[in-house]
Write a protein that binds this ligand. Structure first.
Ligand code: 3H9
Length: 675
């Protein structure tokens, strides 16, 4: 096997080049090659300096995640970096693309760093439930100071080359297109400099206050996660007067603990699940995509506006349609307000806001959609309304345009059937707020053409979404499972559990909110029959009394002006009334029973969805729940979580609650298999 590492001589500079597509991950062969390259330089008297650079789209993007959990082959990354740092000849890292994780650590082990202006440096290990375990937590604060090291390691967000230069992580910026030549010149320039600057030999100024302030400021954001605290502890160790060797020993101990835990396994599962979800099994690679140069959005309400923002931010012009001028003005006004608020926080330049608003064409006429390559309707959830709209679109849209519905539960095939081009019809279910939530559920109709599906899946990335394919079924993947959870929560309410207990248990599990809090946010009146005299459920009673949720300041909870919830005596009365009229046995529920009763039926429904082929793979379901509903990342999604609980235990729990168990779930549990 040829090595992904080669060396090239340029006078007295040895250039070590990695060519390990797609992202130059630091797998065993790369590590061995780097080690050999440094030894070659050290052992050759004619070499005065070394450059380490990468071919392809990026500098090393980190350790090879696919190797995690397997026996280590060859030298470990920490050892290789120590060898680089110990080299008696100056070593320059030449950075382009993204120097991430272990890649950033390699750069920190080098004596000098030169980067192109577009490069980014980061330590995203925390997003995999880990920490920079090849010396990164100790070298980073030594080079960049405690505050930036905390920020980079505990949030995992990368920084620009310019910021890295200001912070002392990068010594010099290269020309965007002349990295190799500039790195060579830099290496020649520093070849004779002594002493050689080594990060491990520097000291860190103690900054206990910065550490404490950072912990406090981020406590909410890091709630439930193990890795941020471990990253902070390592940086704290570096600034506590510990020697480099002591810091490294501490880092190793923390890294090993995280690597062996369920959270990191869950987060690594998500890393691959997210990328896998983009792949549609039966669509050949290389399928010709339809060009999407202009998007039409019908409806300028919360959803339509949010959907439009995604495309505008990606530089794709949008034509937005409403039925009345006032609604159109309100919708476009909200988009502008949102962008301006983001600009005030520094996310956009004012001129970017103007450019995006300039790319938005508001109109009252559907006819103006005739130039659009993709048209997404986000109107009222009613099949007759949707059918009428699709009939009109069929007459207006240009040939080859993709016609999409943002429906969250209606049948795409019925909409497709009213058009003369069912192959061009697809579901694009965005999650509210549509400019923020990362999930895009792409609903594949019975006749959706492969290139239409492939085009929409490919479009997800530039608009910052993670796309998952769903088949046509009521509620698709996400809402279909959600309704199981809601049913279970409602049933427990009737038997004696309080909304606040159920919500609390799910929030403690890691969900952003529980089912009743979610009901108040979405609107208790959503899908309500609107007949105040027809009271068939607790929800009907709430809706009939104007308890529509946060928007009316009362729903399952009472709300103050700041939307803080408190339990409502009126709701308790309504619930009590329903309980007293039912012949259900009253009981109390433990937190564990509530978790099992609400979450196991979701897993059960997930198994049915999988068995029916509505989802391509269990990990797609996990992606839906993490990016669409805020399922805690560190629990890896409902199907991954079920594996960690044990499928036999899930089945036993469902049996105990008289829930019919999905055949696939029972089969897997009996066979000792996992999803
Ligand atoms: C680490 O470094 C630990 C050390 O501190 C300690 C060690 C002791 N390994 O994302 P893309 C694959 S932990 C293996 O679509 P992009 C990816 O699965 C690591 N494979 O491209 C995909 O495969 P496929 C810390 C990897 O251009 C393909 O490459 N580093 C790795 O949108 C393309 O990926 C990170 O966490 C990897 N490290 O984005 C960085 N990275 O085509 C993780 C990617 O089969 N990587 N693949 O689906 C990224 O953030 C993005 O991939 C990157 C490129 C920004 C680099």
């Amino acid at each position: 096997m040829t090595s992904p590492i080669r060396t090239e001589r340029h006078g007295d500079v040895l250039v070590i080049v990695s060519d390990n597509p797609p992202v130059n991950a630091l797998g065993a062969a790369v590590r061995a090659g780097l080690d050999a390259g440094i030894k070659e330089a050290a052992g050759d008297a004619s070499i005065a300096a070394v450059v380490i650079r990468c071919d392809g789209r990026t500098f090393f993007a980190g350790a090879d995640i696919t190797e995690f959990g397997k026996p280590m082959r060859g030298p470990g990354l920490g050892e290789v970096i120590d060898t680089i740092e110990a080299c008696g000849k100056p070593v320059v890292a030449a950075i382009h693309g993204t120097a991430l994780g272990g890649g950033c650590e390699v750069a920190l082990g080098c004596h000098y760093r030169i980067a192109v202006p577009s490069a980014k440096l980061g330590t995203p290990e925390v997003k995999l439930g880990l920490l920079p375990g090849a010396g990164g937590t100790q070298r980073l604060p030594r080079l960049a100071g405690v505050a930036l090291a905390l920020e980079m390691t505990a949030t995992g967000n990368p920084i620009s080359a310019k910021k890295a230069q200001e912070a002392g992580l990068v010594d010099r910026l290269a020309g965007e297109d002349s990295l190799e030549a500039d790195a060579l010149a830099f290496a020649k320039e520093v070849a004779g400099h002594r002493p050689i600057p080594r990060a491990s030999e520097r000291t860190v100024a103690a900054d206990r206050e910065a550490v404490e302030a950072f912990r406090k400021a981020n406590a909410r954001k890091f709630r439930g996660f193990d890795a941020p605290a471990a990253n902070i502890a390592c940086v704290e160790k570096a600034s506590s007067g510990a020697t480099f060797a002591e810091g490294i020993a501490f880092e190793r101990e923390q890294f090993t603990k995280l690597m062996g835990g369920t959270q990191s396994a869950a987060q690594r599962h998500l890393f691959f699940a997210e990328r896998q979800a983009a792949k549609v099994d039966d669509i050949p690679e290389g399928t010709q995509l339809r060009p999407i140069k202009r998007v039409g959005v019908i409806g300028a309400g919360t959803m339509g506006g949010g959907i439009s923002m995604n495309f505008l931010q990606a530089g794709i012009p949008v034509t937005i349609v409403e039925t009345a001028q006032e609604a159109l003005d309100r919708g476009t006004g909200t988009i502008r307000k949102n962008y301006e608020a983001s600009a005030a926080k520094g996310r956009f330049q004012p001129e970017q806001v103007e450019a995006m608003m300039g790319a938005l064409t508001p109109t009252l006429s559907l006819d103006d959609l005739k130039e659009c390559d993709l048209i997404i309707e986000a109107v009222y959830e009613n099949m007759d309304v949707k059918k009428e709209l699709f009939t009109k679109l069929d007459a207006i849209a240009k040939p080859g345009a993709i016609l999409a519905s943002n429906t969250s539960y209606l049948n795409i095939d019925e909409m497709a059937a009213v058009t003369s081009r069912p192959g061009d019809v697809i579901g694009t279910h965005f999650f509210s707020p549509a400019n923020v939530m990362k999930l895009l559920e792409v609903v594949r109709g019975a006749q959706t053409a492969p290139d239409v599906l492939a085009t929409v899946m490919a479009l997800a990335k530039p608009i910052g979404k993670v796309a998952v394919v769903s088949g046509v079924c009521p509620g698709f993947i996400g809402n279909r499972m959600l309704s199981q959870r809601q049913q279970a929560a409602n049933a427990m309410l009737m038997q004696g559990a309080d909304p606040e207990q159920i919500d609390r248990v799910l929030v403690e599990f890691g969900m952003p909110m529980g089912p009743f809090q979610m009901g108040d946010l979405a609107g208790v009146d959503i899908g309500w029959h609107r007949d105040p005299n027809r009271i068939e459920s607790i929800r009907d009673a709430l809706a009939a009394r104007g308890r529509w949720g946060q928007k009316t300041k009362k729903g399952w909870y009472d709300y103050d002006d700041k939307r803080n919830p408190t339990p409502s005596p009126e709701v308790k009365e309504i619930i009590e009334d329903f309980r007293s009229r039912s012949n259900l046995q009253r009981r109390t529920f433990t937190d564990e029973e509530i978790l099992a009763a609400t979450l196991y039926p979701m897993v059960n429904e997930g198994a049915k969805i999988l068995d029916e082929g509505m989802a391509q793979r269990a990990s797609d379901i996990d992606v839906v729940w993490i990016y669409g509903y805020g399922w805690p990342v560190y629990r890896g999604g409902p199907m991954f979580w079920a594996n960690t609980v044990g499928l036999d235990k899930v089945v036993a729990g469902l049996d105990a609650n008289d829930v019919p168990v999905a055949p696939m779930l029972r089969r897997k549990a009996e066979a000792g298999e996992k999803f």
